[in-house]
Ligand binder design. Structure first.
Ligand code: UDP
Length: 143
């Protein structure tokens, strides 16, 4: 069981003004923020980040969405981080998400769904290094 995950506050939630509320939910749930930045992804960066979805019908829309404005990637640490964070954010479609989850509270719909969370320990590692350099991680995130 790993202790790292990569969260992203996506462009819809940034422009809807929910950065503070979402970080507050994350830290109150017991996650430690190990690295964080605001970044406006290029099309190539978004394509690369979501490469696993390239055959899916929503891929182009997803790339357009993720490049529509700045987002806030956050490297998080907690025991059982991947699973606990996905529980905190709720189902992909906010209509299916449980009450009190981040997506239930702040997502607009299945596409503009406020936040990302890694789906495995292996992907968490990859996604954290996608956004944060060794230098940025070294001081606060040595493991
Ligand atoms: N997505 C979409 N339409 C869909 C499924 C997914 O637009 O039918 C978008 C949505 O923003 C989602 C992202 O693609 O968060 C990645 O999809 P995934 O199935 O990995 O969902 P997640 O792990 O984010 O819940």
């Amino acid at each position: 069981m790993g202790n790292k995950t990569l969260a992203i506050i996506k462009p819809d939630a940034v422009s809807d003004g929910y950065i503070g509320e979402i970080i507050s939910m994350i830290t109150k749930a017991g996650f430690k923020v190990k690295a964080m930045k605001m970044v406006h992804l290029t099309v190539n960066q978004a394509k690369s980040f979501y490469e696993v979805h390239k055959e899916r019908p929503f891929y182009n829309d997803l790339v357009e969405y993720m490049t529509s404005g700045p987002c806030v990637p956050i490297a998080l640490e907690k025991d059982n981080a991947v699973e606990d964070y996905r529980k905190l954010i709720g189902a992909t479609d906010p209509a299916q998400a449980e009450e009190g989850t981040v997506r239930k509270l702040y997502a607009r719909n299945k596409q503009f769904n406020a936040v990302h969370g890694s789906d495995s320990d292996e992907n968490a590692e990859k996604e954290i290094t996608f956004f944060f350099s060794r230098q940025e991680l070294l001081e606060n995130y040595p493991n």
